[in-house]
Design a binder for this molecule. Structure first.
Ligand code: LLP
Length: 429
C-alpha cells in the first residue's frame, strides 16, 4: 500500500500499512487484523508450549475472532479449534477445518447442535450437564457411533477478573459442580454408556487473567478428581484440557506475562501432581483465544464531531461504538487509542471518545489524552482483535465493519462491510 504522509509527519502504521490510507480505501469503522502478529503468537505458542511439552496440544478458542480465513490459518498452523455453537461449527466445516481437531463447548447445546457435531465427527464434545450427556448418548447410539467426550468441571476457584468473564466459581452456569454425589451421576453414568467415550476433563477458570494462581488451583482440583475416579471406577483420564484465559495488554495498566508464565507452572503442576497421585500423564490441551488475536487487531474510526461542555468534558464522537465493540459497555473494558493522522503529536487535551448509538453508555474510552482530535481525523483503537468482530451487533441498524487483514504493508478484505441492504435482507416483504 502506498504510504501517505502529511506535512506534519508520518501517519500511524500497523503491520507496515498506513492506517489513514486503509481508512480511505476501505472506509470506517474498520477492523484491521495483522496476520504477522497472529503468526508471531502462534510461533511463541509452539516454541514455549508445544515444542517444550511433546504430546501437548493447543486449540484456538475461535469465539474470540472467527472468520473463515482465521479457521484456515489455524488449520494450516496445525492447531485445534474450540467452537461453541452450531454457527461456529458450521463456519469451521465450511473452512474445511479438520473435524478431528475441533472441540465443541457450551452449556446449552441444543439437540440440533449435538446432532451436527456427531454427524461431522468433531474430535471432542465437552459435556456440560446431565441432560446433554443423555441426549448425546442417545444421538450417538442412534447413529451407531461412539463419541469422545470430556466433562467440563467447575473447579470452584475464583479468578480475579470481571465477574462476567469469571467462569470457574462454584456458582457458575458452566460445568459440573464437584461433589461426590454428582461425580457418580456424571462419571459413573458416562462410563456405562455406549454412545459416549469419556476421555477426561476440562476447566476454564476465566478470561483476561494476568496471574496463574487460579489455573494452578484448578489443576490441583482436577487432578484430585482424576485420582478419585481412578480409585472409584478404575478410569484413567487420557485428556486434560486446561482452558484459556491468558491476558493481553489493553492499556498501560496491563502488564501481561508471556504464555510460558502460565504454561510452565501449569505443566509442572500436572507432571508433579500426577506423579504424587499415581496417575498417568494425560495429554494436556490449552485453549487460548484472546491471547492469540487480541493485540493483533485495531479498529479505525473517523471522528464525526468534537463537542466541548465547558468545565465538564469534551466528547469526541466517532462513526462506530458499542455495536462494533460492546466491551466497554459490558465489562467496563478500557482501551487506548491514537490519532492516526499525527501519532507523534503531543497530547493537548483530555477527551472522552463516544460511540454513535442512542445510548448514554455507548462510550468507547473515558478520559484519554490526545492531540486535539478534529472532525475527519482517523482514530485507531488498540487491542480490538478479540471479542469485537465476534460480538458485534447491528444496534441502531449500524452495518458491521469490514475486516481487513494486513501483512507487512499489504492489505486485503477478509470480511466485507455490511450494506444497508444486508440489514433488511432477512425481513419478509
Ligand atoms: N475455552 C473456553 C471453554 C472458554 O469459554 C473461553 C472463553 C476460552 C477457552 C478462551 O478464553 P480466552 O483465552 O479468550 O480468555 N467476551 C468476553 C470474553 C468471554 C470469554 C468466554 N470464554 C470478553 O470480551 O472479555
Amino acid at each position: 500500500m502506498i504510504e501517505t504522509k502529511t506535512a506534519a509527519g508520518r501517519h500511524f502504521h500497523f503491520d507496515g500499512c498506513d492506517v489513514v490510507g486503509l481508512a480511505r480505501k476501505h472506509g470506517t469503522p474498520l477492523y484491521v487484523v495483522s496476520e504477522t502478529a497472529i503468526r508471531a503468537r502462534i510461533r511463541e505458542l509452539k516454541a514455549d508450549f508445544l515444542d517444550k511439552h511433546p504430546g501437548a496440544f493447543a486449540v484456538y478458542a475461535s469465539k474470540a475472532f472467527q472468520t473463515l480465513e482465521m479457521c484456515r490459518l489455524v488449520a494450516e498452523e496445525g492447531l485445534g479449534l474450540d467452537v461453541v455453537s452450531g454457527g461456529e461449527l458450521y463456519a469451521a466445516a465450511k473452512a474445511a477445518f479438520p473435524m478431528e481437531r475441533v472441540f465443541l463447548h457450551g452449556n446449552g447445546k441444543t439437540r440440533a447442535e449435538l446432532e451436527m457435531a456427531v454427524e461431522l465427527g468433531v474430535g471432542r464434545i465437552v459435556v456440560d450437564n446431565l441432560d446433554e450427556l443423555e441426549t448425546l448418548d442417545e444421538i450417538a447410539e442412534g447413529k451407531g457411533k461412539r463419541v469422545p467426550i470430556l466433562f467440563r468441571i467447575t473447579p470452584g476457584v475464583d479468578s480475579h477478573t470481571h465477574e462476567y468473564v469469571s467462569t470457574g466459581k462454584l456458582d457458575s452456569k458452566f460445568g459440573i459442580p464437584l461433589d461426590p454425589s454428582v461425580r457418580q451421576a456424571y462419571v459413573g453414568r458416562a462410563l456405562s454408556m455406549k454412545g459416549v467415550e469419556l476421555k477426561g476433563f476440562h476447566f476454564h477458570v476465566g478470561s483476561q487473567l494476568h496471574e496463574n494462581d487460579s489455573h494452578l488451583k484448578a489443576v490441583r482440583v482436577v487432578l484430585d478428581l482424576m485420582k478419585e475416579v481412578k480409585e472409584a471406577y478404575g478410569f484413567s483420564a487420557t485428556d486434560l484440557n486446561l482452558g484459556g484465559g491468558f491476558g493481553v495488554r489493553y492499556t498501560k495498566a496491563d502488564s501481561p506475562k508471556g504464555l510460558a508464565d502460565f504454561t510452565d507452572p501449569m505443566m509442572a503442576a500436572v507432571t508433579e501432581g500426577c506423579r504424587e497421585r499415581g496417575l498417568e500423564m494425560p495429554r494436556v490441551v490449552i485453549e487460548p483465544g484472546r491471547w492469540l488475536v487480541g493485540e493483533a487487531g485495531i479498529t479505525l474510526y473517523t471522528v464525526s464531531s468534537v463537542k466541548e461542555i465547558p468545565g465538564i468534558k469534551t466528547y469526541v464522537a466517532v462513526d462506530g461504538g458499542m455495536p462494533d465493540n460492546p466491551r466497554p459497555a459490558l465489562y467496563g473494558a478500557k482501551y487506548e487509542a491514537v490519532v492516526a493522522d499525527r501519532p507523534d503529536a503531543q497530547p493537548t487535551t483530555v477527551v472522552t471518545v463516544a460511540g454513535k448509538c442512542c445510548e448514554t453508555g455507548d462510550i468507547l474510552i473515558r478520559d484519554i489524552a490526545l492531540p486535539a482530535p478534529a472532525r475527519g481525523d482517523i482514530l485507531a483503537v488498540f487491542t480490538t482483535g478479540a471479542y469485537c468482530h465476534s460480538m458485534a451487533s447491528n444496534y441502531n441498524r449500524l452495518p458491521r465493519p469490514a475486516v481487513v487483514m494486513v501483512r507487512e504493508g499489504t492489505d486485503r478484505v477478509s470480511v466485507r462491510r455490511e450494506t444497508y441492504e444486508d440489514l433488511v435482507a432477512r425481513e419478509l416483504p
